[in-house]
Structure formats: structure tokens, C-alpha cells
Design a protein around this ligand. Sequence first.
Ligand code: SPV
Ligand code: MN
Length: 631
Amino acid sequence: MSTSLEDRAEILRALSRYANPESLEKLGRVKKTSLLKWILEVAELTKPSSIFVVTNSVSDVEYIRRRAIENREEIPTSHSPLHTVHFDGPRDLARDRENTRILVKSGVDIAMVNTRSRDEGLREVLELLDGIMRGREMYVVFYCFGPKGSLHTLYGVQVTDSAYVVHSSNILYRICYDVFTEREDIEYMRFLHSAGERDENGWSVNTQKRRIYIDVEDQVTYSVNTQYAGNTVGLKKLSLRLCIYRGYKEGWLCEHMFIIGVRGPGGRVTYFTGAFPAGCGKTSTALIADTVVGDDIAIIKSVNGEARALNPEVGMFGIIDGVNLVDDPEIYEILTRRDTEAVFSNVLLTEEGNTWWSGKPEPPRPGVNYAGKWYPGKRDERGLEIPPSHPNARFTTSIFYLEKLDLRIEDSEGVPVGGVIFGGRDPDTWVPVEEAFSWDHGVITKGASLESERTTAVLGQAGILEFNPYAILDFLPISPGAFTDLHLKFRELLSREPRVFSVNYFLRDESGKYLTEKRDKYVWLKWMELRVNSEVDAIETPTGYIPLYVDLEKLFRKELNKEFREDLYEKLFSVRVAKHLEKVERIWRIYSTIPDTPAKLFEVLLEQKRRLEEAKWRYGSVTSPFRLDRK
Ligand code: SPV
Ligand code: MN
């Protein structure tokens, strides 16, 4: 869009009705006139009483922290001046799948993607936004989605009436006001949010009119009548949809994946990315690794034929439920120190002003939680006991506090990807760790075939087995078939393909007891590291390569000082042939309803099915690993 100097002056003059001289001056330094024009349009629509522009300055960042408390969006704790608690309210505790929609041209249908006609969706959300910020301050903040100066970095502008959203974003992303004042050539995403009317508890009142609409063509998102960060912090999960779409157009991958380093012999570090649905061990895998580059999102591009992964974030928005001193010592320590900044959402705030979540050693004390006043034994209207801290309660904190933070988080080209890991909550099919035969085989039978029991990170009933390809279904603006095709094409850009693995921490025995312990995942990581570097053999099964008993026995002893018994190995690594066949059928059926699924997917599934049928004929429904060939 070309705008003349007069237009720019006109826009700034109009903005002066909302912005005080200081904020107006800050806006005046932003190079893109089209951006100023959008900010003006938003102000004219939402009608805030004022605009505050956040720059990189310490005082702006402090101002936001103060406003979050003054607005009663956050409550200070007695433990640390840098710890606050935020409540989303009982109806707003997770992402809202139903009301999160990709805006599309009227009549367009994208398989398995929740869409809405663009014209209707925009009309609806703009109406909801009309005058919504009356009497409130509107915040405008500029971010980098990636390291400053990297060619792979995306840019975003968040406009919101929630200081909590800005405070969280300031922890999770790099503030890049300076870039917007220096460069005119950048493309950027825009995120508009309003919490809407809030009640005396600070909760959004009109959650039945909660809408999260994503316009992937224009790279704009709208989010209204909600506070939960997964619905509101633009760069968190709203940008993920925009980023996936851009990658799809340009031939690279934007993934719902951590990025970690695992040390191998001689101190070498091998990098892995990993996709797990929320609540399935993603953060805990990231934090058990030897180095951490990122815990949630990865941009993966080919750099001279090598797959390189970059974390666009600098903070963590992690599940706090169950975080304890023994299993998660590093994060527990960060969250209980006094000198770390953290926002706790939907935990219990005790009468003494302390935070409590399940995982704290002492029993919970009376206080306030996501549903109001809380005391031990409190029940809801239906007679169900209200947990002190919600299962999807979260912490927001800087990744730079991690001792094992990998300094290559700043590498402008990202880290080389040695392996890609897919994991889900699978009670009875996948073995604890397995390597795919190839990129295509792994992408199709592991990534595209990922299934997992639902957790509390989305609204609705937990525990149901759900299809969640690449752990990204909730965030896809294109069909799972098109996303799979993108992965197959991406391979063509690479001169060396990353290995693909699956892991499963949730295998259970007949009585429902988990067969592995939390710490065991460290051994699976170490085995994968050796495989990427071709240093251990494996057993070939119909579904991939699994570890030899001797290698695991050694690793368990070395890494965990733990005995790993042969009978447990046999139980864990038996190939559940019949279960796998059922899975192939389920996945086949799903993709046959997705018109843009690449033919390759069906070919690979068919080959897998043939191998499984042969194994069934030879060995029966379950096969001991000791009966299979070493490779
Ligand atoms: C997830 O659910 O995958 C998260 C949290 O990382 S949310 O921001 O809610 O998406
Ligand atoms: Mn996530």
C-alpha cells in the first residue's frame, strides 16, 4: 500500500486523539505507515480511552507489569515481587477449539480444519470488537518471532487491552520496537485482542461470545472475550497458524515442536525436535535433555541442504500441574526462587499470598483459585471436588533462566536437526522408542499417524483417543494431507535426512499401571542420539527399528544407575502387531476422507500393513523382540 506523507501526518493527527504525546512520539518513529493506519482503525473500532506503546525500554516493561496489577489482571504474591498470579476464570481455562476458526473464502472447505466464511467471520468479530475497549487502555507492542537479525525471523504486532497478555508476551518473545523504527521492508503479523467486559473477579464475562478468528491470507488474528494465553497471546498459538501457512506457501516447516540437544560420546551434541500434544511429556522431555533450545515451537528450514531448527520464542508457557522437586528439579527451582520473574495462571493463591500447585510438598492451604474462594474439600454445583490448582494451570517464565539453555537459541540459522521425535499418550500400541525406516516412513507412520488421549489443555472431556497428526491438528490452517505433502516435499530440499523416531511414555500393563518411569525418557534420548550417529545396531520390526536389550541395559546403568530387566524389556518392546493393524486401518480411514492427501501416504501405509500381516501370520498378535532379526 502506498501512502503519502500527508496521509501519514493525517493518521498521526487522528491517533493523537488516543495517544498521549509520549506514545504518539513512539508511534511516529514506526516506519510503516500502513501499520499506523491499522492501529488507527483498531482504535476507531474499539474506542479505547488511551493508547500505550511499549518500546524496548525498561520503564515501559515495568509499566506493563504495574498495570497488570492495577487492572486486577494479576495479583502479587508474598513470595517474590516478581511473581504474580493470574486467573482466567472457570469458563476460560484452556484453548477453545470450537470457537477458533480459520477465515476462508465463502464455500471453501479444508478437511479437518475449523473454518468460517471470511466475510461473515469478520462481520461478527468486528461487531463484537465495536467499542469494546471503552474506558480502557490499549497496548501496542512489537515483537520478533525469532532471533533479531535472522533472515528466518518473523515479526508481529500485538494490540490488546490486557496488560496480562502484554506482560506474558514480554516474557515469551523478544520486544522489537527498535526493528520497526529502523526497517520499512519487513512483513509482519497483526494480533488484535480484547478480554471484553470483566467481572469483579477479573474474569471475562461474555465467554459465550468468545471468538478466535485467524485470517491467514492477511496475516491478522482476532481474539475476543477470552484471557487464556493460548487464545490471546498472539505470538503463542495464533502466530503458529500464520507461520504454518507461510511455510506452506514458501516450502518450509513451522512445527509444534521443542528443540533439544542430547550429548553423545566425546561431548558431541546432537539436536532433536519433538512434537507431542499438550500434556504428553513435551516440556518434561525438553527439560530432561542435556541442552534446551526451545520447548514449544520450531521453524525448520533447509540451509544449504541441511535441516535447521530455530526457536522463535524466548520463554515458556508450561503446564505446572505435577511439577515437583524430584522429577523437575530445574523448573521447580526456577519457579520457587525469589529473583525470577514468573506469571502463574490458575494455580492456588493461598491466604498467606503463596502459590500452590500439585507437586508442592506441603498440603494446600485455603485461598483463591480459578473458581473463586477455595478451601480443602470445596465442591462445585455438581458436587464434584474442585482441585486447588487447575490441571491446565501454567507458568510463564523466561527460558534464559534454564541452566541448560543452549546458547544456540541465538543462532540466526538455527541448529542442525539430527532427529525428529513424535510422541503421544498411547496406552497400548507404540513401543517406548522406535526409529522409522526413512523420513517418508517416519513422517507418514509417526507424524501423520499420531494419536493421543485428550488432556486438559483443551476444553472438553479428557481421556478420549484423538487423531492429532504432528501434535498440531488444533493449529493447522491447511489439511493434514497438505501438511504431510509439505513434509515430503521438504525432504527434497535436503542432502541429509533427519532420522524420525516415535516415543511413548504412556504404555500400560493389563492392570492399567504405567510400564515406564518418568526418568526413563532420558535413556530413550541417549539411544536416539547413538542411532543418529550410527553407533548402535537395532532390531528390525514391521514398524521400524527398536533397541537391542544389551544397549538399553548398558544405557540404563550408565545414565540412571538403574537395573533394566530383560523381562521388562520384552514386555515394553513386544510388537503389538494386532494393535498396529487396527491403527493402520484407523489412519487409512481418516486420510481417505482428506482429498489432498498425497498418494505416497497410502503407499507407505499399505507397505506397513503388509509387513504387519506377515508378522501376524508368522508370530501372532504380539511378537517378542527376541524373535525378530537384528539389523
Ligand atoms: C499447547 O496446548 O500446546 C500449549 C499451550 O502449548 S497453549 O498455549 O494453550 O496452546
Ligand atoms: Mn504447545
